[in-house]
Design a protein around this ligand. Structure first.
Ligand code: PXL
Length: 281
């Protein structure tokens, strides 16, 4: 019998709208991980909702520092460090330090370089944050950018993102930093009505593409859902291509269900009743 792998989960809690922590925790718990949340901020709702004077935003940077010190005092160790949406330059630096402090030889560092979507950075991400996010990602074992984030990391125009398999292999290869880190690019489409992801697996040195039927809708939080499934699967000892296949299929299933139910786009995908699919029987 194996112990549940411990995962430091570093991202915001958005009270409404299914993304970041409220997706990562249930998904990775269902997959057998012990999640240790290190929240970066509390938001009443994610940033794709219209701005409001009533919106809550509680920056937790100081508490992150305290938590990190407390965890060191408790000699906590992690099998994985997973970070996603971050709120400030200071937080990016803090996570770089956290990772350096807690990384052991077996620790898997997954950095989801959350910065934007649909060709544009999110409104809270400044150019210097994007640059620093690139530095944080350069020390990861696995990164999971969408096409927008892949373009930002490579300093390429989103409009020039590859549409062919050969072009995508080239972006994956460049992002791997000479095969030093594994890379998953999400939101890849190589044929009409197909959507999925491409990955470079540093363990095997191979590239793999996983595709599913393209659903007629896009939802916030699906990148978080995707990265959480990939990490949950890696921690069960599966290969990266296996995790990517599982994540592509699961996200497509969640989107399909959400479209059938017709719930508001900003509320994200209805994944809760499908979590059973991720439990290894
Ligand atoms: O899904 C990424 C994400 C996470 N957290 C917050 C966000 C977003 C994307 O918009 O706004 C607060």
């Amino acid at each position: 019998m194996n112990c549940a792998p411990k995962i430091a989960v570093i991202q915001d809690i958005s009270g409404f709208g299914r993304c970041s922590m409220t997706v990562a925790l249930p998904v990775m718990s269902a997959m057998g991980g012990q999640c240790c949340p290190l929240p970066t901020a509390y938001l009443s709702a994610h940033t794709a909702f219209p701005a409001s004077d009533n919106a809550a935003f509680l920056d937790l940077t100081e508490q992150m520092q305290r938590t990190s010190r407390h965890w060191r005092e408790l000699s906590v160790t992690f099998d994985a460090v997973y970070s996603g949406f971050l709120g400030s330059l200071a937080q990016i630096d803090l996570i770089a330090q956290f990772t350096a402090d807690f990384r052991q030889s077996h620790t898997l560092v997954l950095t989801d370089p959350v910065m934007g979507d649909h060709g544009k950075p999110y409104r809270t991400y400044t150019p210097s944050m994007c640059r620093r996010m690139g530095e944080l990602a350069s020390r990861a074992d696995v990164i999971t950018p969408n096409l927008t984030e892949a373009a930002l990391l490579l300093g390429e125009d989103y409009a020039d993102a590859p549409r062919s398999e050969a072009g995508m292999r080239e972006w994956l290869r460049r992002l791997s930093l000479n095969g030093k880190r594994s890379v998953v690019i999400t939101g890849v489409s190589l044929a009409s009505e197909q959507l999925g992801a491409g990955c470079f697996d540093r363990e095997s040195g191979r590239t793999h593409f996983a595709m599913a039927r393209q659903e007629p809708g896009q939802f916030p939080g699906t990148g978080d859902l995707f990265a959480s499934v990939v990490l949950g699967d890696l921690l069960r000892g599966q290969t990266l291509p296996h995790g990517v296949e599982l994540a592509v299929a699961f996200v497509q299933q969640c989107v399909h269900r959400t479209l059938a139910l017709g719930t508001p786009t900003l509320e994200g995908v209805q994944f809760e009743q499908l979590l059973g699919e991720l439990i290894r029987k």
